[in-house]
Design a binder for this molecule. Structure first.
Ligand SMILES: [Zn+2]
Ligand SMILES: [Zn+2]
Ligand SMILES: [Zn+2]
Length: 282
């Protein structure tokens, strides 16, 4: 059995059977919605899928004519989707408590991958959609890069929330902790830290929902209430934490390390050539 839930726990589901297909999507829409380097999904037979709670609470955003994205309106995690009559139930893999066998998973839309992303060697990778969903070279997406000359800018999927920072990122890391995986509904979180003084909101700050985990000192999420995309969040008195998938411009940097690899998902790939830390580096 597999179980999944959003970061706050309001929405939860289970699968009493195998996960039939696992895909890692590098398209710019998934990257924005999740705020992650790429998004990972699993599918299951609808007869094996069951809601545990919160099925009526999910908010949704139609990111295209064919794709509707479901998320928790309290914490912003992506959640499962299992509409009546659909051929499969669909769920974000980063929210699952158990590790599935992902050895036959595929990477899709790799032509749209993030500039810092390393697609692992030896995996099955498709330029656009997988062949069973029509194949192709990828989709034309709205290109929002270069809108803030001299700065590095980002935005949510619907475009309401926009931000920019100046200068080089103070830090960029991949975090594999279970809370980041649930927050971004992804294999791991890639975050850029910048000083408050270098960061500015360009629009939509009033659209942002901030969620803080009740038992955590800092941990939580910030997301656009219109589209559910993860957006930057004030980390502490000095720095703002940016989910790198929301960037429209190339930050010109790569993650310097993987942190909390002691709690990584078994199926998550670790980028080559960067430092690994069991927990938080001292
Ligand atoms: Zn939630
Ligand atoms: Zn995608
Ligand atoms: Zn939005």
């Amino acid at each position: 059995m597999f179980t999944g839930s959003c970061l706050c726990g309001d929405i939860a589901w289970q699968v009493d059977g195998p996960l039939t297909s696992i895909m890692h999507c590098h398209c710019s829409m998934c990257r924005k919605f999740h705020g992650s380097t790429y998004a990972s999904f699993a599918m299951a037979d609808p007869k094996d899928f069951q809601w545990i709670r919160g099925e009526d609470q999910a908010a949704e955003f139609a990111s295209s004519d064919v794709v509707t994205r479901e998320y928790c309106p309290r914490c912003g995690s992506a959640v499962a989707s299992a509409p009546e009559g659909a051929p499969f139930a669909f769920m974000p893999l980063g929210n699952m408590a158990e590790d599935p066998d992902a050895s036959s998973s595929t990477h899709i839309f790799v032509d749209s991958k993030a500039p810092w992303c390393q697609v692992p060697d030896g995996v099955t990778a498709h330029a656009g959609a997988p062949p069973e969903f029509g194949g192709g070279d990828g989709l034309e997406r709205e290109d929002r890069s270069g809108r803030s000359p001299g700065k590095t800018a980002g935005s949510c999927l619907c475009g309401a929330v926009r931000y920019a920072y100046s200068g080089e990122p103070a830090r960029m890391v991949n975090c594999h902790c279970s809370r980041c995986r649930r927050q971004l509904s992804a294999a791991f979180g890639t975050f850029i830290g910048v000083p408050h003084a270098a960061f500015e909101w360009l629009s939509g700050e009033d659209q942002i929902v901030n969620y803080k985990m009740p038992d955590a000192e800092f941990k939580g999420s910030a997301f656009c209430q219109k589209c559910g995309s993860q957006v930057p969040r004030r980390r502490d008195d000095t720095s703002t934490q940016i989910p790198a998938g929301s960037l429209d411009d190339d930050p010109g940097a790569k993650p310097a390390s993987n942190i909390f690899v002691g709690s990584k998902a078994a199926w998550a790939h670790l980028d080559d050539g960067i430092a690994n830390h069991e927990s938080y580096p001292t």
